[in-house]
Design a protein around this ligand. Structure first.
Ligand code: SF4
Length: 325
């Protein structure tokens, strides 16, 4: 049962918290250190860092998405906005056409606010910001326009998890749902497959901050998520995602009640075939082993996929394996 009947950002909007966070985020664009890469480029002048994005985001597409985890998509869909480019460089990215190659349309904060309101008008359950890290300042600016214009849906911060905890701290009282990847349990995987050797440390610090802000996921009476943390873990072949280390971390540092989406849909997209060890799909045995690890650590809330690697988007085959509470 949810204890929040409206999105947290209403309070942040009225007490000035949203404006303060937005101003800080905008100022950071002048020497960008919004993510762990700390490129220090002036994005306000159009200079580009690793994420190849200046001040305004590129939006690749937006839609009512019915393939996310059940309490996110619900019956009406999740109002999903896919941003182009990314602060990670995953060699196997399933969204590489826009996360790595770019494309889409340049959208200013007013345009982004209009997209949010259009999605809301379609009756979706939430606004789902996919790969939001590098465009977070523009999202905050857009909210300042969208909220007085009638936005009232909770925000889903749908992140690859390569985040700075202090930047996530700026989102306190603004984001209600964190849907975040924990991709690697050790530095080797992060370095080799995502160009991010410091991924585990930053990822773990950020997830701790997310949990501090929103806690264990809360569903309303209709089973729709209103607030909380969901951790996605994409299982890679040969145990290369470090499932054991991640599950132990979740149990010991987050909560054994954490909702986990254990994903079996790995496919060797993009450049993955250049790496023989990840140039194939996951086997059923590898996925079963990951499930066993999760259950061994007493992690019992969330979803597994009932067959492996069949669908493009996360969650298409997700099924609850134990109901919350
Ligand atoms: S958000 Fe982009 S420019 Fe800023 S530090 Fe990260 S990768 Fe670099």
């Amino acid at each position: 049962m949810t204890t929040h009947i409206y999105p947290s950002y209403f309070e942040a909007f009225h007490n000035g918290g949203l404006d303060a966070a937005s101003r800080k985020a905008q100022a950071m664009l002048g020497s960008c250190a919004i993510c762990p890469r700390r490129c220090k480029v002036n994005r306000l002048k159009g200079n580009l860092g690793f994420c190849k994005t200046a001040a305004d985001p590129l939006v690749y597409s937006f839609m009512a998405h019915h393939g996310e985890e059940p309490p996110i998509s619900g019956s009406k869909g999740s109002g999903t906005i896919f941003f182009s480019h990314c602060n990670m460089g995953c060699v196997y990215c399933q969204n590489y056409e826009f996360s790595q190659m770019g494309g889409g349309g340049l959208v200013n904060p007013k345009g982004l606010a209009e997209i949010m309101l259009e999605l809301q008008g379609g009756g979706v359950h939430n606004i789902n910001l996919v790969t939001p890290t590098h465009v977070m300042p523009a999202i905050l600016e857009a909210l300042k326009i969208a909220i007085p214009a009638g936005l009232k849906l909770p925000l889903v911060y749908n992140s690859g998890g390569y985040e700075l905890a202090e930047i996530i701290g700026l989102l306190k009282g603004i984001i209600d749902i964190y849907l975040v990847d924990m991709r690697y349990g050790d530095e080797t995987g992060g370095a080799k497959y995502s160009l991010a050797p410091d991924y585990p440390r930053h990822n773990q610090e950020a997830v701790i901050e997310m949990q501090r802000q929103v806690g264990v996921a809360q569903l309303d009476d209709a089973g729709i998520m209103r607030r909380g943390l969901v951790i996605r873990h994409l299982v890679l072949p040969h145990g290369l995602s470090g499932t054991e280390k991640i599950m132990r971390f979740i149990k010991e540092k987050i909560s054994p009640e954490t909702y986990i989406s254990l994903m079996s849909q790995y496919m060797p997209y993009y450049k993955a075939r250049e790496f023989p060890e990840i140039s194939r799909r996951l086997t059923q045995e590898e996925y079963s082993e990951a499930q066993e690890i999760m259950l061994t650590y007493g992690l019992h809330n969330g979803w597994i996929q009932d067959s492996y690697g069949l669908e493009r988007f996360a969650g298409v085959n997700l099924k609850p394996f134990l109901k919350h509470g």
